[in-house]
Design a protein. Structure first.
Length: 402
């Protein structure tokens, strides 16, 4: 097995050296510290998946690096302060004073150490293989500059993620307020199934607002891009249709017409054995055009003169709805949950006036748009970071050092 990776084989720029990682640091074993043994303090305790808790004592001085040895093999974590790496990890003991720890963190992350797992029987990261990997090693000042640039981008990513988390929390709060108190109401009542609702709202069973309910097709689909797209459970994400993993099928015209989705159709996940996915819902709009839907999904066409599918979509994200799903779906003999058409018809939902539905949907859509923009911004920063890592950590592009 070769110990170098493609990015390290390129011609090195002036001032860089090709060195084995083992000349820069040794990976040393962490030390066991069970949850019972920990005494809460300010020092992070690291496992191979990250921080497991905190302890009143530290094993290693910071700044330092933790590398996953077992479990999440090859994961890399940076700690600015003192820390305790447990026995499923290694920590990096520096051997060279001309190493910037933060630069080394980014370099090891970029090398994707998980590929060095050499055992199917007892999975683990062999430190000898890490030590033997040869890399391009820049001067200390250049390391520092590279680390500063990447840290700046990382900080922007973290701020963007935090903003998205806060908006997600805002959305949950706003949705709870609107779906229980509506807009401008002063009188409320308690319903045994849906909880608090405005007095003027109706509470009805799904069967009274459904125009069509239908299981999906059970034919086998594949990756034949010349067929008709078929939506499956993995395509139902965050209330929308995710097209990153589409399958296709070739059917006759009658079968296609029977299972073709139309704008405004709601798709419910009916089963796959996972309780957390049961009842997940998405609204089909127009894309991908001519899509069909698979057997683990239920298509529901709503009476749009009574209630908007957008309002229903938001309501399906409420805890009350999730509780009803579990109540009416129930578990099969094998312990798996299943939502069928009859149990779906039995679910209940509160109905405001059409004008109030529209107002509620517009407010929640606005929050969703903000959240989408924040997620797009985060993805943009992550793409920038990946490009910078590919360029700066390999020497393809140089940074100016004052």
């Amino acid at each position: 097995m070769t110990s170098t990776t493609y990015q390290d084989k390129i011609d090195l720029p002036n001032g860089w050296k090709r060195v084995p990682l083992g000349t820069l640091f040794n990976l040393e074993y962490g030390r066991s510290l069970s949850e019972k043994e920990r005494k809460f303090g300010r020092f992070p305790v690291y496992g191979s998946s990250g921080i497991l808790g905190y302890h009143d004592n530290a094993l290693i001085a910071g700044p330092g690096l933790v590398v996953g040895r077992k479990g999440t093999i090859g994961s890399v974590f940076y700690s600015e302060e003192k820390f305790w790496p447990i026995d499923t990890t290694y920590y990096a003991q520096l051997l060279n004073e001309n190493v910037e720890v933060k630069w080394l963190f980014y370099k090891l992350t970029h090398l994707n150490l998980s590929k060095l797992n050499m055992s199917d029987v007892v999975p683990g990261l062999k430190r000898e293989l890490v030590h033997s990997m040869e890399i391009g090693f820049p001067p200390l000042l250049e390391q520092h500059r590279i680390a500063t640039i990447l840290t700046t981008v990382d900080d922007a990513i973290q701020r963007s993620r935090q903003a998205a988390r806060e908006t997600e929390q805002l959305k949950v709060g706003v949705m709870q307020e609107l779906m229980t108190k509506g807009i401008g109401h002063t009188e409320f009542r308690e319903d045994p199934d849906v909880g608090t609702v405005p007095k003027e709202w109706e509470v009805v069973r799904f069967k009274s607002i459904i125009e069509l309910i239908q299981y999906g097709l059970s034919y086998r689909c594949d990756d034949n891009y010349h067929g008709t797209p078929v939506l499956r459970i993995p395509n139902i994400v965050n209330g929308s249709i995710d097209t990153t993993d589409l399958k296709y099928i070739s059917l006759n015209a009658d079968e296609i017409n029977k299972y073709t989705l139309h704008s405004g159709d709601l798709l419910f996940v009916r089963t796959n054995g996972q309780k957390n996915l049961l009842g997940r819902c998405a609204l089909f709009k127009e894309y991908p055009k001519g899509s069909l839907f698979a057997s683990y999904l239920i298509r529901v066409k709503i009476k749009c003169d009574v209630i908007s599918p957008e309002f229903i979509l938001y309501y399906t994200k409420m805890d009350n709805f999730r509780n009803l799903i579990e109540k009416y779906a129930g578990g099969a003999a094998d312990g798996k949950f299943n939502l069928n058409t009859e149990s779906l018809k039995s679910l209940v939902i509160p109905i405001p006036s059409k004008s109030e539905q529209k107002q509620i949907v517009e407010i929640l859509d606005a929050v969703d748009r903000k959240l989408s923009l924040q997620r797009q911004r985060t993805a943009h920063y992550e793409k920038i970071k990946q490009g910078l890592m590919n360029d700066l950590l390999t020497g393809r592009k140089r940074v100016k050092v004052a």
